[in-house]
Design a protein around this ligand. Structure first.
Ligand code: ADP
Length: 468
């Protein structure tokens, strides 16, 4: 080994597995090591005095500076790191270049594979969308004819068979619609509208649409919108409706006692009327075990595979909801306790068109005091919240006896309003109303009855005259 320190330095640089060069202030090469010559060809003496193969100013501003050198038959990638030199007179910089060609080629091939996978995925989604559409058309024929058959003279056995055709067909159509919708969203074919819409109108329509199903199953369904929410929002009403219907329908499907409530609150608002709304769909149903909570938002997943036999479904509903909420730029999640119920929530940023406007003439309600009587916790809570907002006083009771106790123990402001849920039963409701009328004799008081879809016949029979 040489004893001269300069020879020693050259020996080390020569043995280096990275290209090492030195560059003058003018950007010309003053030194190249052996590896540099291996990579770039030629002898060291050919290179001295030539322009350096990197841009010094750019290299100085970056920790690492990757440069691609296209050659006749191959591409060379070097990652350069440059350091200024102070101690030598001829060179101002030293740069070390590491050969990263293999890594870059690997990255390129990964990117190509990813592009190809995405193309294949798009093709798959397109295929699904096409066949779902092709299946839907004949399915509608099958269902239409099954309905016609049900309207004709059939023996009881035939009727049972046709009913099975109809129900299975409806379920199949539901699954196909989910697959179609999911594949459309997956293929990026869904863009969100930006139209103004009325939030309370939307909620009203959704609740009305699903109330029949709820009451057929003896379940409660109620909705509450915090008055801090703007009344007019700008966004895709149809897609928001789809998520709400999906979550509420799930709530109704997995609940056997109690019911489902939707509450909407405003969790953020800036000075430009950008608002963040939080939608929570709470049910008192079977709940979801903790380990299943994260995966139910994946496609074709159900919390418990044995459910699939008890509860019809494609396992796509929540995956669709998540895609839509993602597209809105929001978040979706669930809090649940098995056997107690679940709260599916999502947040969505909206633009609002006007400031919050309470939908009730608030001043008329100040000083009024309501007694809300309902066996349903959901109805009591939501009604109380709605009435308290415009500053009414509210007392709740679960049954007639409880309500009578509250009436008789009246403290402070006298009752002015009675709201009776028809769930109490006809006899109790009318008796309570009579007691209230007697109790409030001589002052302004009103009773309201809360009817369910099936109770409307009461009104038609003229039985409502007991209520003013
Ligand atoms: P499906 O069409 O099967 O209902 P979803 O994607 O809507 O598909 O739901 C996936 C699974 O999540 C359901 O099969 C069920 O196991 C669970 N799940 C969804 N909503 C609820 C709920 N409100 N309560 C209990 N489990 C639920």
């Amino acid at each position: 080994m040489s004893s001269d320190p300069r020879d020693l330095e050259s020996d080390i640089l020569a043995a280096f597995d990275d290209a090492v060069i030195r560059i003058s202030k003018e950007g010309l090469l003053t030194f190249v090591n052996h590896k540099f010559c291996v990579l770039f060809g030629g002898a060291a003496s050919d290179w001295i005095g030539q322009r350096a193969p990197i841009d010094v100013a750019t290299a100085q501003n970056a920790d690492y500076y990757d440069v691609c050198y296209e050659r006749l038959d191959e591409t060379l990638w070097l990652s350069w790191q440059i350091t200024p030199l102070n101690h030598t007179s001829s060179a101002a910089f030293q740069a070390v270049g590491r050969d990263i060609t293999r890594r870059k080629n690997h990255e390129d091939s990964l990117a190509a594979q990813k592009d190809q996978a995405e193309e294949e995925n798009d093709a798959k989604s397109l295929f699904l969308a096409t066949i779902s559409h092709e299946i839907r058309t004949p399915m509608n024929g099958v269902l239409g004819i099954a309905e016609l058959l049900l309207d004709s003279d059939l023996t009881p056995v035939q009727r049972t068979y046709v009913n099975i055709i109809k129900e299975s067909g409806d379920n199949l159509l539901g699954v196909i619609n989910d697959v179609l919708d999911y594949s459309r969203i997956e293929a990026g074919k869904v863009s969100l509208d930006e139209e103004p819409f009325d939030l309370s109108m939307l909620v009203h329509n959704v609740v009305e649409l699903l109330s029949t199903r709820a009451f057929e199953n003896d379940l409660d369904l109620a909705a509450y919108i915090d008055p801090a929410c703007p009344s007019t929002l700008v966004g895709d009403e149809g897609r928001l409706r789809q998520v709400l219907i999906n979550l509420i329908n799930n709530g109704l499907k997995f609940t056997h006692q109690g019911g489902v409530s939707l509450s909407i609150t405003c969790c953020d608002r800036d000075s430009h009327d950008n608002v963040q709304l939080r939608f929570a769909v709470r049910d008192t149903g079977i709940g979801i075990p903790e380990d299943a909570q994260a995966k139910i938002f994946d496609e074709f997943t159900q919390a418990d595979d044995s459910h699939a036999r008890r509860y019809e479904g494609s396992g796509l509903g929540l995956a669709i909801c998540r895609k839509i909420v993602d597209a809105f730029g929001g978040e979706i999640g669930v809090d649940s306790v098995p056997n107690l119920g679940s709260t599916f929530w999502f947040t969505i940023p909206f633009k609002s068109q006007q400031l919050a406007q309470p939908s009730l003439p608030v001043n008329d309600l100040v000083g009024l005091k309501a007694l809300v009587v309902s066996p349903s916790a959901i109805t009591r809570d939501i009604l109380a919240a709605q009435l308290r907002q415009p500053s009414m006083l509210v007392v709740t009771a679960t049954c007639t006896d409880d309500a009578m106790l509250q009436l008789n123990a009246e403290e402070g402001t006298p009752f002015t309003t009675l709201i009776i849920d028809m769930l109490l039963g006809e006899e109790d409701a009318f008796a309570l109303n009579r007691a209230f009328t007697a109790h409030t004799k001589g002052r302004q008081a009103r009773s309201l009855i809360l009817l369910r879809p099936g109770d409307r016949s009461l009104l038609e029979e003229g039985r409502s005259e007991a209520f003013d």
